[in-house]
Design a protein around this ligand. Structure first.
Ligand code: SF4
Ligand code: SF4
Length: 431
């Protein structure tokens, strides 16, 4: 696919059947295609195996939606989620399909601001606006959504969202005491019962074990990709890895893992040849903090536009999603669910207090990725990440890690200011 021939495919008939605002959505499709061309297809020396992921973007509003609708027609529930704490293994075991609905676009925020307060985080507003404005085929295709209680903005939005699409909520603990772990196991069991009820099926030990293997396979492929990009020089741009990580939240998991592994095979050959992206002496940056939902490519674009390369995302779009696997071949449902709750409780979201594990994890990933500095990225009005940033900053100071904090939203208004700050930070690192 050439830069000129790339387009995000239109499916107006299907969108109409899904009850969408077709005219408006089509304008967003054209804008997204243009941004993708400029941000992604203009890159030099991309791995050839990125072609699959580019094609997924071209079919983001059509091909994958058709697959979801076909799954629904066969009686498989399609569940929308907003957080990596929602156990996908359980959904897969019930024959269901999971899609991430977090919003990363400025385009849907005005729709949300007609209903919600303006001063909440753009991720919540963007996701909510997609449903309110009927401008997201995924939101229109899902049977129901499962929210969680990780932050105040989300947990109060679910009540309003429930008037537009059936919305269930899982309570996520905010501490890691034994009583929290017991409560979390109870929540997982309730989640399983709800998914079984809606899917009209019973999850068995066999279907659960099979689902665990699928998710482990997907997470292993992403671990492999992340570890290959840690090579110095790195064989792939941070933007490309971010795109793969974002597609992980809506692609079919077995096919996705196979395609990531094909990409990894190519990266191994590149590493053997010493092929570097963008150049051998590029400054290496690790990003930590809030996840970047599709199509939020703002920070990566600015950092890599300044000649540096991003080599790790310590966030839920990155390592927090795939760093931990689950034990396979559990003997009975109780032990499988207990293992599952343990795996999920390792996700060190800033909603936890205290969250010391995250400080250690940030330093560990910085060392493993051979980064030269850390940018902590937070969204406006995200209290937990914005306040936890203080402890990350102190940790970096103690460890002698060059560090910068960026708080942003999805609008283009602060691009010039962030660019100046990123360039100054890179200069400081390069000495
Ligand atoms: S940052 Fe926290 S709330 Fe957001 S996806 Fe990760 S675990 Fe969930
Ligand atoms: S970025 Fe922060 S405020 Fe926004 S949804 Fe995630 S945890 Fe909540």
């Amino acid at each position: 696919m050439t830069t000129e021939s790339f387009e995000i495919k239109a499916y107006p008939e299907m969108w109409k059947d899904l009850g969408m605002d077709v005219e408006r959505f089509d304008k967003m499709r054209l804008m997204l295609g243009e941004i993708f061309r400029k941000t992604y297809l203009s890159q030099k020396n991309r791995p050839l195996k990125m072609a699959y992921f580019d094609a997924m973007v071209a079919e983001i509003h059509g091909g994958r939606i058709k697959e979801l609708l076909a799954a629904k027609a066969e009686g498989h529930p399609v569940i929308g989620t907003f957080c990596v704490y929602i156990p996908e293994e359980v959904v897969l075991a019930a024959g269901g399909v999971c899609v991430g609905l977090c919003g990363g676009s400025q385009g849907s925020i005005p729709d949300a601001e007609k209903i919600l307060p303006r001063n909440i985080c753009p991720m919540v507003k963007s996701a909510f606006g997609f449903k309110a404005g009927k401008i997201c085929p995924y939101f229109q295709a899902v049977d129901f959504v499962y929210g969680e209680t990780t932050c105040d903005a989300k947990k109060k939005c679910w009540e309003i969202l429930d008037t537009m699409v059936p919305t269930y909520v899982m309570e996520i603990p905010q501490m890691k005491k034994q009583s929290d772990r017991t409560m979390w196991l109870h929540e997982v069991k309730e989640f399983k019962a709800k998914v079984e009820e809606i899917a009209g099926t019973t999850i068995t030990v066999d279907t659960m074990n099979a689902a665990v293997k699928v998710m482990n396979g997907k997470r292993r492929a992403l671990q492999r990709l992340n570890s290959l990009r840690h090579a110095n020089p790195t064989p792939i741009s941070g933007k490309d890895v971010l795109l793969v990580e974002q597609i992980a939240f809506y692609d079919e998991p077995i096919r996705f893992a196979a395609k990531v592994n094909e990409l990894c095979d190519e990266l191994e050959q590149r590493i053997a040849r010493g092929e570097a992206v963008p150049s051998k002496d590029a400054t290496r940056i690790m990003v930590a903090g809030v996840p970047m939902a599709l199509p939020n490519w703002k920070l990566h674009n600015l950092v890599e536009g300044a000649g540096a390369v991003i080599v790790n995302e310590e966030s839920c779009i990155g390592t927090r999603y795939y760093k931990d696997l689950m034990a396979e071949d559990g003997a009975d449902m109780e032990s499988i669910l207990t293992e599952l709750t343990k795996r999920y409780m390792n996700i060190d979201c800033s909603c936890f207090t205290p969250n010391d594990e995250r400080m250690a994890q940030v330093v560990k990933e910085f060392r493993e990725s051979k980064a030269d500095g850390i940018i902590h990225y937070s969204l406006q009005f995200c209290h937990t990440y914005n306040i936890e940033e203080i402890r990350i900053r102190e940790t970096c100071a103690k460890e002698g890690i060059p560090y910068m904090f960026i708080e942003s939203d999805y609008s283009p208004e602060d691009v010039g200011q962030i660019q100046t700050r990123v360039e100054a930070f890179l200069e400081q690192i390069r000495g």
